[in-house]
Ligand binder design. Structure first.
Ligand code: ATP
Ligand code: MG
Length: 402
């Protein structure tokens, strides 16, 4: 016997009114894209669930892939069998055995086809009895079972589900707007982007690059991070900003203690210009309070001074170890620790001001006109469109994405 389907349960709680349709549509399309690497699978939607038909694909691999999709609460394998009591019994036992360490269980049978001769209550008892007879040290617990086996008797077939696997939670990417993520090659910003995606936000990325001070490999590292993030976001547009001129100008003309603050202010001004052009309503960074000199309260305030845009900081209150642990889970950590230098590390002053004032930053900046440089940087940016990689299909399968 083997599982033929995966049952997908999604956030009933968040699904009121108009939002429901958008939520379901996005979830369905995100899941469909993710499943393209398993060409035999088909996705079917019913009133309040989705089912992945496995059609012979490896159930565990497909399950792992589904577990990366935001907006799913939990998943279960399901067996489809005929309306035949012996076959149902066998399937229920198979479903129970899938839950490795379960010691208690509950059967929840539901007979939607009333022509089936055995009622739901009676079915619970017969199947429960069968499992008890064929296992050791196992008991029934109707209140708090280790595993609940659902048995749905329908006209076309009988569906038996096994234990629950956790979904990624959150909301389907694309349901809550768009953000422009300031993506460095570090550990934090990819995690910040991941957490924004988890709340349903579609992410575009912007990266500041300073050749020849930063190498092609440093840029490739950022592209690799962005590629990894498409596992959750399906697609990711990356804006690569040529930042060398501006950094040199800051280096030459701004007081050293303020060069980092001013560089960050310029990054935000450029990001805002790109966001506006792309109709994106917010920016996201990987800043975390107190982590480094630029991330003190004073520093964040002096940097944020240049924009009225909401700047989302998903990591602001998180500890570094927790951030690292997420980056390991999502597969970006090993890329982030590659040793290539970032534009900020190349030009970093020996002793940056940890408590800059925005008045001083404004005062120093007023001596030099950066507006033309900002315009040029935006105009001369390179745009790279990345999409989820699949092993089995051709390039043009995602043509409709952008
Ligand atoms: P990260 O690990 O994300 O690099 P960090 O702790 O190293 O963060 P900083 O390097 O000071 O902190 O950067 C703070 C935030 O500024 C980053 O999380 C990122 O959002 C943004 N940032 C820094 N450098 C760049 C860059 N070269 N291009 C785009 N954004 C950047
Ligand atoms: Mg960094």
């Amino acid at each position: 016997m083997q599982f033929n389907q995966i049952m997908v349960r999604y956030g009933e709680m968040a699904l009121k009114g108009k939002n429901r349709h958008k939520f379901e549509q996005k979830l369905q399309s995100n899941l469909t894209h993710k499943l393209k690497r398993y060409p035999a699978t088909r996705l079917k939607k019913t009133r309040d669930r989705m089912y992945v038909m496995l059609n012979g694909e490896d159930p565990y691999k497909v399950m792992e892939t589904c577990q990366e999709v935001f907006g799913i609460q939990s998943l279960s394998f399901a067996v489809r069998t005929e309306q035949d009591e012996d076959k149902i019994k066998e399937a229920a036992l198979f479903a129970f055995n899938e839950a490795d360490n379960a010691k208690t269980f509950k059967i929840s049978a539901k007979r939607t086809d009333k022509t089936f001769p055995v009622g739901s209550q009676e079915m619970n008892q017969r199947l429960g009895g069968y499992i008890l007879k064929n296992t050791e040290d196992v008991t029934v617990d109707v209140h708090n079972p280790d595993v609940e086996i659902t048995v749905e008797i329908r006209q076309d077939a009988v569906y038996i589900t096994s234990k629950k696997y956790p979904g990624a939670g959150g909301l389907p990417v694309g349901t809550t707007g768009k953000t422009l993520l300031l993506l460095s090659g570090g550990i934090d910003s990819p995690v910040a982007g991941y957490l924004a995606m988890k709340r349903g936000v579609e992410v575009e990325a912007i990266h500041f690059h300073s050749p020849p001070y930063t190498s092609e490999r440093a840029k490739q590292k950022v592209m690799d991070l962005a590629q990894e993030m498409t596992r959750f976001g399906i697609k990711l547009k990356v804006h690569i900003i040529p930042f060398t001129n501006i950094q040199q100008k800051i280096h030459q003309e701004m007081p050293e203690g303020y060069s980092m603050t001013i560089m960050r202010r310029l990054m935000l001004r450029i990001s805002e210009a790109v966001a506006k052009e792309q109709d994106i309503l917010s920016m996201t960074t990987g800043e975390s309070l107190g982590q480094v000199a630029s991330q003190t309260m004073e520093s964040m305030s002096a940097i944020n001074d240049v924009t009225n845009y909401p700047v989302i900081r998903p990591l602001v209150a998180m500890d570094k170890l927790d951030i690292i642990s997420i980056s390991q889970q999502i597969g970006t950590y090993d890329i982030s620790i590659r040793p290539y230098e970032d534009c900020c590390t190349v030009f970093v002053p020996k002793s940056p001001k940890t408590r800059p004032s925005k008045e001083k930053a404004q005062y120093y900046e007023a001596a030099v006109d950066f507006s033309e440089d900002i315009k040029q940087a935006v105009e001369q940016r390179e745009i790279i469109k990345l999409k989820l990689q699949t092993e089995t299909k051709t390039e043009n399968e995602f043509e409709d994405l952008f």
